[in-house]
Design a protein around this ligand. Structure first.
Ligand SMILES: [Zn+2]
Length: 527
């Protein structure tokens, strides 16, 4: 018996961009489409032609610039207007002009919407769907039908909702996609309704499209698949309006790795984490670390006892091997942790410590955490501790001094920093301005190093957080700075603590650049 397959239909570029804070240029969309193709989804919905100029530009450029190897590009749009002919309809014309082989057409299946939003009769609403599909078919296009508000519609008037689906099928729609547009349906209703629709529509290929307003989008999609649905629609990282769409990064491994269904090509599952993070980068939103499968914390362990057992028997503490989806086990260090955590984390980062070195790191972590350091979000600073425990010291540059001024003049605030360093035999003095003292220091240091280490140009400070630490032990108050750095490929966190916010920041900035240099040159190539 051949393996049952489920089509993955991605709508990140259309429904996903409805999320607050997401705005993609046509160029961004081309990049995301290529990443989705690389992941191996069956369909990439590119946008809504005619709805905005960016989507029109995307489809125009896609004709020559997008060479998808695996996925099929689709265009999304609504049916013809009421009481009009499809051949006169601007929306349908824009869909055809987009030039995709497949068009996903959305139409009303809830009588309440027909009455109050469309303000027409049920009979005309059915015709709007059927006429539009027939017309697009006559122009040589494949059509999928998105039945908007289907579950609400079915619950209030099943006869009308089913009549729309049947007319869409009879007009030539290849997929009948049941959409939970408001995201309120629960799995038991999905099971019942999809089961009834599957019986009513015979062997028509069904699809589903769930929103996450009840926290059920992935569970509902799986329930629908169990009831025979062939296509699931969703977004990478669960992006989408309000609480988002069904998260494909959770659904794909659930369906493919746990349920044994054919989804994306087998060898591509391990690309999932990279594609998820890369798309988050293009979208310019920090990825939620707690996302299943792909989040940075998805396979992160904390407690000391547990981590020593984890090193021996990972399958006792992880629901699957993270490598299957391209993620990895992380062990976080905290002052609760003993030597086994430090050893496990060192090993995970590729270090072999002697027992004495490990004890040295444990003592150092305890001492620093007492001062307010925190290594859970500062893998980079922890790596430097491990190297130092092995007797390593960086020779990329030597700091002589830094200073920074902040000037308020005529309503403007400007910061200026001067850094003096020695690189090899050369003493370098640079001054740079910035919006604030930390960015001025960061720029001045990178300017001082750029001749010797051109790659510092691509090392960026991508996140910077300051926290006041209260001085319960009677010592002076301190601040902790957590900084996240990236070279566009990898990212690493560093931490600095000091009574003075500038010096705490300086430490985090310097360590960020040292780690970036270790990445490009190896630990021993400096100076
Ligand atoms: Zn939607």
């Amino acid at each position: 018996m051949s393996q049952r397959s489920v089509e993955i239909y991605d709508t990140t570029l259309r429904d996903g961009t409805q999320q607050e804070g997401i705005s993609l240029t046509a160029n961004d969309k081309l990049v995301v489409a290529r990443l989705l193709d690389d992941l191996g989804v069956a369909y990439v919905e590119g946008g809504w032609p005619g709805a905005n100029p960016k989507d029109d530009e995307f489809f125009e450029r896609a004709k020559t610039e997008l060479d998808l190897q695996h996925a099929v590009l689709t265009a999304f749009g609504s049916t013809r207007r009421k009481d009009a002919r499809p051949e006169d309809d601007e929306q349908l014309a824009a869909l055809l002009a987009a030039g995709t082989d497949v068009i996903c057409l959305v139409g009303k299946t809830w009588d309440y919407h027909v009455e109050h939003a469309l303000r027409t009769t049920p009979a005309e609403a059915v015709l709007m769907v059927a006429d539009s599909i027939e017309y697009l078919r006559s122009q040589g296009r494949r059509v999928f039908f998105d039945a908007e508000h289907f579950f609400d519609g079915y619950r209030t008037n099943a006869d009308f909702a089913l009549a729309v689906l049947k007319s869409a099928r009879d007009a030539g729609a290849e997929r009948i996609v049941m959409c939970d547009t408001n995201g309120g349906v629960l799995a038991q209703d999905v099971q019942r309704i999809v089961g009834e629709v599957a019986t009513a529509l015979g062997d028509t290929a069904l699809g589903c499209h769930f929103h996450n307003d009840s926290g059920m989008a992935v569970a509902n999609s799986i329930t629908a698949v169990l009831e025979g649905v062939h296509q699931v629609q969703g977004c990478v990282n669960g992006y989408g309006e309000r609480t988002g769409n069904a998260d494909l990064c959770t659904l794909i491994p659930n369906l493919g790795l746990k349920m044994g269904l054919e989804t994306i090509p087998k060898e591509r599952f391990e690309r999932l984490t990279t594609v998820s993070h890369h798309i988050a980068e293009v979208i310019n939103l920090t990825l939620d670390p707690h996302l299943p499968y792909v989040g940075n914390s998805a396979f992160t362990h904390k407690a000391g006892l547990h981590t020593s057992a984890l090193a021996r028997r990972p399958d006792a503490y992880e629901h699957m091997s993270p490598a299957q989806v391209g993620n990895h086990t992380r062990v976080v260090v905290s002052e609760l942790a003993g030597r086994s955590t430090v050893l496990a984390k060192a090993e995970a980062q590729g270090f072999e410590l002697t027992a004495a070195q490990a004890q040295g790191v444990v003592d150092k972590v305890k001492e620093l955490e007492h001062l307010g350091y925190h290594f859970e979000a500062a893998d980079g600073s922890f790596e430097l501790l491990l190297r130092e425990a092995q007797g390593w010291k960086h020779h990329f540059f030597e700091l002589e001094s830094y200073r920074v001024f902040v000037e308020h003049r005529a309503g403007e605030v400007l910061a200026e920093a001067t850094v003096k360093v020695t690189v090899g035999d050369e003493r370098i003095v640079t001054t740079r301005e910035g919006d604030g003292p930390v960015s001025a220091l960061d720029r001045a240091l990178r300017a001082a190093l750029i001749d010797a280490y051109p790659e510092v140009a691509s090392i960026k400070l991508i996140d910077y957080r300051v926290r006041d630490l209260d001085s319960s032990d009677g010592s002076s108050a301190r601040v902790r700075v957590l900084a996240e750095h990236s070279d566009g490929h990898d990212s690493w966190g560093t931490v600095g603590v000091h009574p003075n916010i500038i010096d705490a920041s300086w430490k985090a900035v310097v360590e960020g650049i040292v780690l970036g240099l270790i990445l490009t040159r190896g630990p021993d190539n400096g100076g």
